[in-house]
Design a protein around this ligand. Structure first.
Ligand code: ADP
Length: 256
């Protein structure tokens, strides 16, 4: 079943610069979709539009067949979670309070989190190996720790669609492995994930679809085994790309 459909989506921040040009995309439920493309090609803009953080009147984005234009913010919050790119915004919240904010769309104004929500928060913290961070403030964490907390928050929101902008950019290989394992589990549970990365191998490790973007357009969309190939990626990333089989050193990577 199609979970996300983007129809004829164009976007400009300023009138003279088209950042996205007629994007059409259909994403099936229970899939992982990796956005690849050069810096500035429009990956973040596309994710922000799907997350409704940017708006455009000329196109429609559908989730489960419902147009986002017709949904209230709390309805959208139940459908979509979004993890932005790591930034240096220094939030003063305790990690445990930040994680509990994830339940806000289920709570009434000023209602305290319920016991089972607090329990879920602790279980999620254990899953993401961030229990020791719960009583720290977000602005006291390393970039990688903060990134795990943000992904954990998206996990707790338990939405059918999860959008992640470069979620592993600050993670060491052990933590990348942990996140990859969790993303695969979420796919097994039927969640739909769209994430951007600069490492095409992540798509191979996830055995995911790839959305390859160039200059604000989708130039290829399909399974990673058909797209993460030197001859295809060379056209985007340049002629210096070679297959890891051809390098004379042992490349260290994460196993599937
Ligand atoms: P990517 O995520 O692929 O690196 P972005 O979606 O962040 O690309 O950016 C696409 C283009 O839009 C770039 O040329 C960038 O300079 C421009 N852009 C991004 N954000 C803004 C903004 N807030 N105002 C004006 N231009 C922007």
């Amino acid at each position: 079943m199609t979970l996300l459909e983007v129809k004829n989506l164009s976007y400009s921040y300023k009138t003279n610069q088209t950042v996205l040009n007629s994007i059409n995309l259909k994403i099936e439920e229970g899939t992982i979709n990796v956005l690849l493309g050069l810096n500035g090609c429009g990956k973040t803009t596309l994710l922000k539009l799907i997350a409704s953080l940017l708006k455009t009147k000329t196109s429609e984005i559908f989730i489960n067949g419902k147009s986002l234009n017709n949904l209230k913010n709390n309805e959208k919050a139940k459908l979509i979670s979004y993890v932005p790119q790591l930034s240096s915004n220094e939030e003063d919240f305790l990690v445990k309070d930040f994680l509990l904010f994830g339940f806000v769309s289920d709570l009434k104004f000023y209602e305290k989190p319920k016991n089972d929500q607090v329990k879920k928060m602790h279980e999620a913290a254990a899953k993401f190996d961030i229990e020791l961070l719960l009583n720290k403030k977000l602005n006291e964490l390393s970039g990688g720790e903060r990134q795990k907390v943000y992904i954990c928050s998206a996990y707790l929101q338990d939405t059918p669609l999860i959008l992640l902008d470069e979620p592993m950019s600050a993670l060491d290989l052990k933590n990348q492995s942990l996140i990859i394992r969790i993303l695969k589990e979420l796919r097994e549970e039927g969640k739909t994930i769209v994430l951007s990365t600069h490492n095409p191998n992540i798509a191979l490790i996830l055995n995911s679809n790839v959305i390859l973007m160039n200059n604000g357009e989708i130039c290829k969309f399909g399974h990673c085994k058909d797209i993460v190939k030197v001859d295809i990626l060379k056209e985007i990333y340049g002629g210096q790309l070679i297959s890891a089989k051809e390098v004379e050193y042992d490349e260290v990577t994460i196993s599937r």
